[in-house]
Design a protein around this ligand. Structure first.
Ligand SMILES: CCCCCCCCCCCCC/C=C/C(=O)SCCNC(=O)CCNC(=O)[C@H](O)C(C)(C)COP(=O)(O)OP(=O)(O)OC[C@H]1O[C@@H](n2cnc3c(N)ncnc32)[C@H](O)[C@@H]1OP(=O)(O)O
Length: 239
């Protein structure tokens, strides 16, 4: 379940409840719909914070839903279906006309990590929660847009290797030290407060959202191309 709250200039998207916030077609659909609402209601000064309740930010795709297909073939088809359904979520975040912050107060695994990394800034908890790409441990290959996001957002090849090839469960301290997250704090409250502070400060710059989104897409050209995001040039003179 996910909800959207407007708090001044901030849009707060929350995965509610104490479960693992696993992505299945229902939750992916809700997420996409809320992101469309954020885009529609965006104004100069808007910013998005994505957060979660409980011990997980998100534990990735809902493999139980995939297995419920009742056969190996069916499970693979459902998994591929979720991969395809989730791609527009990444595209929506990459093209959102406002700064975005992921407030990671719990575990972010696989597609859950990808969702966090699709934000401009990641604020993480130190004392609980890991960033973890479990695919190598559960024998799943990595979809093209997952790889593109990691390649373009994590510059250090050894960090990408440790996450994707070693299945490292990276805690907040290390994630901050190795440049995967903007900052890490002890305690849930500190993460939420820091995320709001950062989002409000970014919002105060009152950037043109369309230009902001175009500059972001230009930062990640391979990912934008894989996501089917076109690039427009804007020449809006400062009036
Ligand atoms: C067009 C279509 C083409 C498609 C083609 C594509 C290819 C085919 C498709 C393949 C798809 C690939 C992409 C897949 C994406 C997915 O999402 S698949 C689903 C993946 N999800 C998972 O595998 C789940 C992974 N999660 C886990 O393994 C665990 O949940 C966890 C994250 C490791 C957490 O484990 P858990 O046991 O729950 O941990 P805790 O109990 O919370 O913690 C354990 C102990 O550690 C302590 N702790 C936790 N964090 C910290 C910390 N930061 N600092 C200190 N201590 C910490 C915690 O307190 C616990 O301690 P104790 O309480 O003392 O036990």
């Amino acid at each position: 379940m996910c909800t959207l709250e407007k708090r001044g200039n901030l849009f707060i998207l929350t995965f509610t409840g104490e479960d693992q916030h696993r992505f299945n077609p229902n939750l992916i659909g809700s997420l996409l719909s809320l992101l469309s609402q954020v885009k529609a209601e965006a104004t100069r000064g808007s910013a998005l914070i994505t957060q979660a309740q409980g011990k997980f930010f998100s534990n990735g795709f809902d493999l139980d839903w995939a297995q419920a297909a009742g056969s190996e073939q069916g499970a693979a088809e459902r998994l591929h279906h979720m991969v395809a359904l989730f791609k527009p979520v990444t595209a929506a975040l990459l093209s959102l006309p406002m700064p975005t912050v992921a407030a990671i107060t719990g575990h972010a695994a696989a597609a859950g990590f990808l969702l966090a990394l699709s934000h401009d800034y990641l604020i993480m908890r130190k004392d609980r929660g890991v960033l973890y790409m479990s695919e190598v441990d559960i024998a799943l290959t990595i979809p093209d847009y997952f790889n593109a996001l990691f390649r373009e957002k994590i510059g250090d090849a050894s960090v990408r290797r440790d996450l994707l090839l070693r299945g490292l469960k990276m805690k907040g301290d290390e994630a901050e030290k190795r440049g995967v997250v903007e900052a890490a704090y002890d305690g849930e409250a500190e993460v939420r407060e820091a995320s709001v502070r950062l989002a409000e400060n970014l919002g105060k710059r009152k950037w043109n959202g369309e230009v902001y989104a175009e500059i972001r897409k230009g930062l990640y050209p391979q990912l934008s191309a894989i996501l089917g995001l076109t690039h427009k040039a804007y020449t809006i003179a400062r009036l």
